[in-house]
Design a protein around this ligand. Sequence first.
Ligand code: ZN
Length: 351
Amino acid sequence: MFASISGPRRPSPPRAARHARRLAVLATAAVALAATGLAVAATPSSAAACNGYVGLTFDDGPTGSTGALLSVLRANNVRATMFNVGQNVQGNPSAARAQVDAGMWVANHSWNHAHMTSMSQSQMQSDLSQTNSAIQSATGVRPQLFRPPYGETNSTLQSVASSLGLRQVIWDVDSQDWNGASVSQIVSNASRLQAGQVILMHDGIQNTRDAIPQIMANLNSRGLCPGMISPSTGRAVAPDGTPPPTTAPPTGSPTTPPPGGGCTATATFPNVWGDRYNTSVTVQGASTWTVVVAVTAPQRISTTWNGTPSWDSTGYVMTMRSNGSGNTFGFTTMTNGNSSARPQIRSCTAG
Ligand SMILES: [Zn+2]
């Protein structure tokens, strides 16, 4: 959130103390593994079952210690989102490239970490597009996410970001690493993360790097895995190419057998949060299709993907048509107080 170049920072604990603490953690882990008779897993987080995903984010890089951060992340099998400052990328393009090579997602955190809400619309536009260009030329990746410096935003900034294809992402949990938090405080803050949520951390802070093994141990113990941040919802989801986890059993067959020339649609609910849930619908038997889905009031569909939706006059019945994105579409439903109802698939028609 705050530029790592400014502001006083509490001195870090003596190296020996940190080293001793790390040894203690390792010893505890070794005892636990020995007690259960498990072999040491080479890739602990990918081997663990994922009941949900969280977004680990590191702001203000690249810095002189980006390489050290990437080493810790790789050693702990973590993929994270790096909200980079444009001028830092321009000054150190190889470090930005190294982020992508290490499996990280790169995102836009403004050109020079200014207070953007005091900018004019054209200044915002210039700042964000210059940052996108620097990131794209260094890494080959076009950013899809934007985090405003200090988390300060307004509707003008959001619409400028949106016009550049950037989804604004703030955070759910602040690690407080920018504010001098100790390793144990950072670990404790991260332990509040719930599925779908995003945590704010920073590149360039040793306590943050030292906290990562314990953060991962805590997440693994709760069945949470590091994921990517969805550009469509701003929530943490499974990395691309990985099927999302199923936390609720598939609902048998809310399907309509075709009376000739039809198809079959099956719904699962891979992500459930306090106020919303995702539905994933897979169509079999047709490559172009129309599926009609109804939600129960006061639930409302808030976002859809991989299809072209239209709505009846009530707004509760959605007709989704294939749009060339494959045979699985999805949508997010706000529960609005009814957390138990799930959508019904009314029909599936080929063509
Ligand atoms: Zn920042």
